[in-house]
Design a protein around this ligand. Structure first.
Ligand SMILES: *[C@@H]1O[C@H](CO)[C@@H](O)[C@H](O)[C@H]1NC(C)=O
Ligand SMILES: *[C@@H]1O[C@H](CO)[C@@H](O)[C@H](O)[C@H]1NC(C)=O
Ligand SMILES: *[C@@H]1O[C@H](CO)[C@@H](O)[C@H](O)[C@H]1NC(C)=O
Length: 259
């Protein structure tokens, strides 16, 4: 189930030793009306995830929630990585299935280290074509991560673009105004090094919803190998504030981006 409210983005780069993902399961259950876009990353890529009992059991745990969408992590070294190897990793994720005892099927692929130079558009088109070829129908979302605002043409080769990945200080210093309004519905933002304060957290969440972003993460951590100290408060804020915050009416791209 995907609703039209802002989703929560979770880059889950934490290895699933027993219990390691429990804080996330708890957060997901606490916000049943909010979609969680979770990026599963067994080992900087799929590795042997499908034959690893710890990964299978933990991902099956995530699959048991109807408000979760799962994306398999692949990195592409800003379009310098061998495309054959990238294809192989995507094909591995495409083989993650639902069986009688487990369910590790994915909804799409997360492309980390995505390029921002227009000359690499064909590289991204090739990836999108390949995802459409090997992933099952209706599980073919492509979510790229250039980490900075990029040209609107890149959005043709992705369902979602993570257009901002930086610290909370940078976001406040001007980052929050950098992503064109017409691209926000397909844009996600990931903000780290948040100095934990409840008032600032609610302020961030409310303004990000109002600005019309598709999904976001705000974490107190400087990376994604531990959960945010304010994960529960953040999840609670997103879940409740989406119900009361008015989203700005966003312009079409033709009006703003192609002028
Ligand atoms: C890309 O990887 C494939 C598979 O490992 C290999 O056969 C091929 O030679 C590589 N291409 C380049 C340009 O390194
Ligand atoms: C987020 O993006 C997905 C995939 O493109 C789309 O189906 C959904 O409606 C978007 N959500 C919002 C709130 O814009
Ligand atoms: C949210 O924080 C910004 C500065 O980061 C401030 O300008 C704004 O007034 C705050 N809004 C609320 C509702 O507190």
């Amino acid at each position: 189930m995907v609703n039209l409210a802002m989703a929560i983005a979770i880059p889950l780069y934490i290895y699933p030793t027993p219990g390691a993902w429990d804080p996330l399961y708890k957060a997901i259950s606490a916000a049943p009306d909010t979609t969680f876009n979770v990026i599963v990353n067994p080992d900087s890529g799929p590795s042997d995830g499908a034959s690893n009992p710890e990964v299978v059991s933990a991902v099956t745990g995530l699959r048991s929630y109807s408000n979760v969408q799962l994306f398999g992590y692949v990195h592409i070294e800003y379009a310098q990585r061998n495309a054959t190897v990238v294809h192989q990793e995507i094909a591995t994720y495409a083989s993650w299935k639902k069986t009688a005892n487990s369910d590790i099927h994915l909804d799409g692929i997360f492309i980390d280290e995505a390029p921002y130079e227009l000359k690499y558009l064909p590289y991204l088109k090739d990836i999108q074509d390949y995802v459409h070829e090997v992933m099952p129908e209706s599980h073919q979302q492509v979510w790229t991560n250039p980490g900075i605002p990029i040209d609107a043409q890149f959005y043709e080769y992705a369902d979602l673009v993570n257009a901002y990945e930086n610290s909370y200080d940078d976001w406040n210093a001007g980052g929050k105004d950098e992503i064109p309004e017409c691209l926000r519905q397909k844009s996600t933002v990931m903000i780290y090094s948040f100095p934990d304060s409840d008032a600032q957290l609610s302020n961030y969440t409310e303004s990000t919803i109002a600005a019309g972003y598709n999904a976001t993460l705000l974490t107190t951590s400087a990376g994604y190998t531990e959960f945010s100290a304010s994960l529960m408060q953040f999840v609670h804020d997103v879940d409740s504030l989406t119900k009361t915050t008015k989203v700005k009416t966003l312009p079409q791209c033709a009006e703003e981006c192609e002028e």
